[in-house]
Write a protein that binds this ligand. Structure first.
Ligand code: NAP
Length: 284
């Protein structure tokens, strides 16, 4: 079985480590801070762990699980320690800029993105089975070596994830719609509620908020670091999606102002009909 190194032991790296060690892979964890490495060992997210990037030596596959803006630098740090046949993959939420940069440094690179997460970050919230029945997209290009792609695919499938494949640029446009736009919409929703100037009314709204608000505000209440990095690194696709969303909202407002209730009903029916196509994955 392959020896797997995981660089960056947070929510995603730690969860990967928990699953892969349980499956019998020899998992080596590399953290930025010594306490993270110790915690990974004690919770069973790695069999060996430390802060020295040289620990990747001898790995067949390296998962880079650092924040989006640290992936390329992490690859640069890892590469001098790798043997020729080693494969690098990453889990970053944006692929268009990262994939060509890392592929230029290391030909055995396969971009990847497991579509699973939580509102919180860090190793403490890592959990086994996080990727089970969740989409996991690989983003090979014409340059990607088929053997490297197959190896990463096999490991991702062993997590119980639902594999798919697309070009890095297509990935970024698709996730702008279903992941990055929702973060901006959901946080705007929370902040719009916060603009209520009557404190008693605001307190009443907070008391009455129930499952509907929990659903619609969940991704807006996530860690700001990730949302900011998504916007910085997928700016063009996110701006296109936000523009379209703004137009949609404006259209809805126009219908309500004009009291066009039949037209509003039609619009809401279109949304109701369209929604199931986005719900192919069971709820977390
Ligand atoms: P996280 O919980 O904050 O973990 C990030 C890890 O990277 C931590 O172990 C941290 O080390 C380390 N780290 C932070 N800055 C670093 C730097 N500059 N250089 C090297 N290591 C650094 O984040 P995450 O949610 O697991 O996200 C990791 C990756 O997964 C990101 O690329 C993200 O886009 C992707 N992703 C996230 C989600 C999600 O919903 N969270 C879903 C899919 C993919 P210390 O603990 O030692 O500080």
């Amino acid at each position: 079985m392959e020896r797997i190194a995981i660089v960056g032991l947070g929510l995603i790296g730690g969860s990967l480590g928990l699953d892969l060690t349980r499956q019998g892979y020899t998992v080596v964890g590399i953290a930025r801070r010594a306490e993270t490495a110790l915690a990974a060992l004690s919770m069973g997210a790695a069999i060996e762990a430390g802060t020295d990037v040289a620990l990747v030596a001898g790995a067949d596959v390296v998962f880079i699980c650092t924040p989006i803006d640290a992936v390329v630098a992490t690859a640069r740090a890892v590469i001098p320690h790798l043997s020729d046949g080693a494969v690098i993959t990453d889990v970053a939420s944006v692929k268009g800029k990262i994939v060509p940069q890392v592929a230029a440094l290391w030909p055995n690179f396969v971009g990847g993105h497991p579509m699973a997460g939580k509102a919180e970050a860090g190793l403490a919230v890592a959990e086994p089975g996080l990727f089970r029945c969740r989409p996991y997209v690989l983003t090979p290009t014409e340059m990607t070596k088929p053997a490297a792609l197959e190896l990463v695919r096999a490991i991702a499938e062993s997590l119980g994830a639902n594999l798919s494949q697309c070009h890095p640029d297509q990935h970024d446009r698709a996730v702008a719609w279903i992941s990055h736009l929702p973060v901006m919409v959901s946080s705007s929703l929370i902040l719009a509620c916060q603009s209520e100037i009557n404190p008693n009314l605001l307190a009443l709204a907070q008391t009455l908020a129930s499952s509907g608000f929990q659903d619609t505000s969940r991704v807006g209440g996530g860690v700001p670091e990730l949302g900011t990095l998504m916007a910085r690194h997928n700016r063009a696709a996110l701006l296109d999606a936000l523009t379209q969303y703004q137009a949609q909202l404006e259209q809805m407002k126009t219908l309500i102002v004009a009291e066009k209730w039949d037209a509003l009903h039609n619009t809401l029916t279109q949304a109701q009909t369209a929604r199931p196509a986005y719900l192919k994955v069971p709820p977390a």
